[in-house]
Design a protein around this ligand. Sequence first.
Ligand SMILES: Cc1cc2nc3c(=O)[nH]c(=O)nc-3n(C[C@H](O)[C@H](O)[C@H](O)COP(=O)(O)O)c2cc1C
Length: 231
Amino acid sequence: MKILIPYYSRSGHTERLALRLGAELGARGHEIVLEKIEAVRERNKWLLVPPLLPLLPWLPLYLLHAPFRRRWLSRYRQQEQDIKPLTHPDVSGFDLILLGGPKWLYIAYPVARYLNTVSGLDGRKIGAFATFCGPPLKVFELEMLFSPLQDCIRAKGAELFATLAISSSHHPFFWFGELEALFRWISKLAFKRPLSEFALDSEWGQGEVRRFCESVEGVAVEACGEVWARD
Ligand SMILES: Cc1cc2nc3c(=O)[nH]c(=O)nc-3n(C[C@H](O)[C@H](O)[C@H](O)COP(=O)(O)O)c2cc1C
């Protein structure tokens, strides 16, 4: 299969995951094309924060109350950021797209712009991968990123068939790694496991990469079956 891997990465962690996926799927015989999504101008990290602040006073309610959460995720204002011209602005020639980016509370701004820029998404199958600092918390990390991402993908007529999320243990805020320390503590509290056990090179991380690549293989087998049935 011809697979496009478009990814955005501000500090290199998602890029490392994109390259790992490319290598793994290339070794399985797929044709891999990487597309690095680049912001026209990288903003100062503090300028990324204001659009994320409206949730803060509501965070406890968000975490505890599923109906509020669903309403919030369907209505919040997703920020976008200008990106440089793409090498592959039309993705209709690819069998599969694996889109990656860091979690910026929700979808990273350049990734949101990418989805509104490329053409040819209609009818495509998309796998989404991400890195974030924390452990794979179901509500705060996974759902908060992949639920709006799934909505954006559906709005383009495409289908999200698999997700992959890996902890980078890296957070640029605030000054002395305060949020990294918080996520390390949350990992021990919620999972009884150190945050490093959810990293790319951990046994868990390698298992997740394998699981994601096997979902891709599943789509490849399905596509072959369809061609065989047509012929
Ligand atoms: C504006 C902003 C918001 C972020 N929000 C989250 C978050 O909600 N949860 C989290 O675990 N990490 C969060 N992070 C940390 C990044 O997701 C993490 O560092 C990621 O691995 C960076 O990937 P990159 O190196 O590919 O840019 C945030 C980072 C930024 C800059």
